[in-house]
Design a protein around this ligand. Structure first.
Ligand code: ATP
Ligand code: MG
Length: 754
């Protein structure tokens, strides 16, 4: 076989059948976690290009996160080389739409300098709109949280329900005294009205939110088929979590070619609140009647005991269609269920256990091999301090992400305003950064006058000296004038082609941003570091753009999506889309323990996974209404583990200052009880495992890593044995399984052999 086709050798028979299935048909690859779906998808792309001679620029590959797209890009680069990979149309539905919409903005009647408005900004706009209704809502005995309102609007948008239609539906519900499943009809009308105003605000600001990117994408592709006539095949990963709009996008891109490959797993559908529809699988078979299906049954990721326990969790869902999934891997260490009495102990356990494993595996585990998966972000506080106390390097993936940090948002907002002076969320963010003493009243007045005059607030301020404002002090006017001058200077530089990294430097200088941080933020030093990191990121984007342009020129790719965009706009687009669900700029994850949510762990894998807080209020999460989805979420989390899986929980937890008792998650409780009544071996062990040599050999085998050599730790273990002492790891734990004082438990420690 020639070298180019050798990637097919890395597939099993079923996977091979899927990867090489007739290139001009539609195909569904349905299989459980770790069965190689993503691997097959990547191989299929390579097969289409290398063996079926489809040009890379005619292939569209959609992943769920930017991170997944980057990983796929890296793997394909090895097989296909940089030039071909740069021509693929690859990314998330959002990033693909953003690129198309820039190029064809006119066709769908949107400004081509549109600003992408992230979830935080959308929520701010909605908060402001709700504020004007506060009194009215109170008088009617209603309450509506901005977050709830934002998510209802987003849900409506992802169902392609326009503001007008939503409002009309709500009014009809009012009349017929029925209500939607989500909220009472009186509130639904309020949401509808806010939705209408929200849309008008976006329009006025030349802004698109994340949902708009998809909605306008559908409009563009279905209304102007020529814009997708290049497409010969579209491939979608994690299809079980596509919502209605995303399905429509996929269908419209594939309209003329009618060649689609999707991979998915209904058992891993975890985005119900984002209106994800498992129903899309059936719909695809109706829309494309010749759709073939391939099922993969072998799991390559996890040890058998991890897979068994995980399957036991998901199979409690009686509505689920049973699928078979097996692994050829050995049993390995059964998953650990570790229970303590206080949440601080739980966090300390996790930190010390990670340390112990790194030490005990004699170099076969690195910090980067561990992930702690949380049901929601707020659970990370205790864990972070425990890891910090133990000196364990860690990173938070998807928490307060780089692009959401105050200082990064400040700088980006200035640049957004340079690029799109009509974007008032950016205006409102920076007008008092650094403090210019402009009060709320004045700001409101400025906005209202700007609206009346059909100008942007910035344009209006240019005539500041002729205006009467509530804050009429000359010092404030002077500050506003300085602000307007700063903006003018930046706009001029941008127009003259200054790159974003230099623009940022100029901005920092003009507004003395470092000084501002020093005066207002106690941790200004780390924040200033973040600002510098943003400059580095801007430089990287500039360089990447230059490289991409050169590759494209060399390959004369006429169907390229990249339009002539100013370097500034290009940078803003990359930044705004990076905040969509993952974070690409975080430094290398290799040497750090990852803390992330179960949701963002989708599609990823780690040698060791720890899931804290497996209690009755967290799994299922008390605020969630869909128990099956909660079960699937725990299933997704458990199936990320390759070699070791730990579930932990504390029997009490502080809730708003009170110590509350918490039972075990019923998903796990049921398994424990089942095993007991059926006299089966327990699927979870309730004490800390000693890793004997044999266990370590199995783990290394599953991870395909060299077995640990006799290390210093080994020597130490032997030393203990010879002295008739216990195995050192046991010294870390009292007989009741409680960790000792963390100070004593630092590992490896010098044992006192006296
Ligand atoms: P998920 O549902 O969690 O996204 P998946 O089905 O996409 O999982 P992959 O991530 O593609 O699974 O594969 C899981 C792991 O198994 C990866 O480490 C992959 O490299 C490995 N793998 C897949 N197929 C094979 C194979 N035929 N031989 C060896 N390893 C494989
Ligand atoms: Mg996958």
């Amino acid at each position: 076989m020639d070298q180019e086709a050798s990637f097919l050798l890395a597939l099993n028979e079923e996977q091979l059948r899927a990867a090489t299935h007739n290139p001009s048909s539609t195909l569904q690859i349905l299989a459980g976690p770790g069965s190689g779906k993503t691997r097959v998808l990547t191989s299929r792309i390579a097969h289409l290009i290398l063996n079926c001679h489809i040009p890379p620029s005619a292939i569209c590959a959609v992943t769920f996160t930017n991170k997944a797209a980057n990983e796929m890009r890296e793997r394909l680069t090895k097989l296909l080389g940089k030039t071909r990979v740069s021509q693929l149309k690859m990314g998330t539905f959002h990033s693909l739409c953003a690129r198309f919409l820039r190029k064809f903005a006119k066709l769908v009647d949107i400004p081509d300098n549109f600003t992408v408005c992230d979830a935080g900004e959308s929520k701010k706009i909605i908060t402001a709109l709700l504020k004007t209704r506060e009194k009215d809502l109170k008088a009617r005995g209603l309450s509506l949280e901005p977050g709830q309102c934002a998510s209802l609007i987003s849900k409506a948008k992802s169902r392609c329900l326009s503001a007008q239609d939503y409002l009309e539906e709500a009014k009809a519900h009012m009349h017929s005294k029925t209500s939607s499943a989500d909220i009472p009809s009186s509130l639904e009308t309020v949401v509808g009205e806010v939705y209408v105003q929200y849309e008008a605000t976006l329009r006025r600001n030349s802004a698109l939110d994340f949902d708009d990117l998809l909605i306008y994408g559908v409009k563009l592709f279905s209304g102007h088929p020529l814009t997708v006539s290049w497409c010969q095949h579209i491939l979608v990963d994690e299809f079980q979590d596509t919502n209605i709009t995303q399905y429509e996008l996929m269908r419209s891109i594939a309209e003329s070619a009618r060649c689609i490959t999707i991979v998915g797993d209904p058992d891993q559908s975890i985005y119900g609140w984002r209106a994800a529809e498992v129903e899309n699988l059936a719909k695809m078979r109706r829309d494309f009647p010749n759709t073939a299906q391939v099922f993969l049954e072998e799991n390559y990721r996890s040890t058998a005991s991890i897979l068994d326990a995980s399957l036991e969790i998901v199979s409690q869902d009686t509505k689920r269609i049973n699928k078979s999934l097996y692994t050829a891997h050995p049993d390995g260490i059964s998953p650990v269920l570790y229970q303590v009495q206080k949440e601080q102990e739980e966090a300390a356990f996790i930190a010390i256990e990670i340390k112990r494993l790194v030490a005990q595996m004699g170099g076969s585990f690195r910090w980067g091999d561990f992930a702690i998966l949380l049901r929601y972000n707020a659970l990370s506080r205790n864990l972070e301090s425990a890891l910090q106390r133990e000196g364990i390097p860690h990173r938070i993936l998807g928490g307060r992400r780089f692009f959401e940090r105050l200082e990064v948002k400040d700088v980006l907002a200035y640049l957004q305003l340079v690029d799109n002076p009509a974007f008032s969320p950016a205006f409102l963010r920076v007008i008092n950064v650094p403090g210019r003493g402009i009060g709320e009243k004045t700001l409101l007045e400025i906005q209202q006058r700007a609206e009346k005059a059909e100008k942007s607030p910035l344009q209006l301020l240019e005539g500041i000296f002729d205006m009467r404002l509530p804050d009429n002090k000359p010092s404030i006017r002077k500050k506003i004038t300085t602000f307007v001058q700063v903006m003018r200077k930046l706009q001029k530089s941008a127009k003259e082609g200054m790159g974003p990294s230099d623009l940022i430097s100029q901005l920092l200088d003009l507004v003395q941003y470092e000084d501002h941080l020093r005066k207002t933020q106690p941790d200004w030093e780390t924040r200033w570091e973040n600002v510098k990191e943003l400059i580095t990121f801007a430089k990287e984007v500039e360089e990447q753009n230059l490289r991409d342009a050169a590759t494209r020129e060399a390959s004369a790719d006429v169907s390229s999506l990249d339009v002539e965009m100013s370097p500034l706009r290009q940078f803003l687009q990359v930044s705004m889309l990076s905040s969509a669900g993952d974070n690409d700029t975080e430094e290398s994850s290799q040497e750090k323990v990852t803390i992330t949510t179960c949701h963002s762990a989708k599609g990823l894998e780690w040698p060791v996974v720890m899931i804290p807080s497996v209690d009755a209020s967290t799994y299922p999460f008390i605020r969630s209404e869909d128990e099956d989805e909660e079960r699937r979420l725990l299933y997704v989390a458990c199936t990320r583990a390759k070699a070791l899986l730990y579930l932990t929980r504390s029997t009490t937890r502080m809730v708003a200052g009170d110590q509350k008792a918490r039972g075990l998650s019923k998903f796990i409780q049921a398994i424990m009880e089942n095993c007991a009544t059926q006299n089966k071996m327990p699927l979870f062990r309730q004490h800390v495992p000693h890793l004997e040599l044999e266990d370590r050999a199995i783990i290394c085998n599953v991870l395909q890593r060299p077995e640990p050599v006799e290390s210093e730790v080994e020597g130490m273990v032997e030393g203990f044995r010879r002295l008739g002492r216990e195995h050192p790891p046991q010294i870390l734990w009292t007989p009741a399984g409680q960790p000792l004082n963390p100070v004593q438990a630092t590992w490896p420690f010098a044992p006192s052999l006296a």
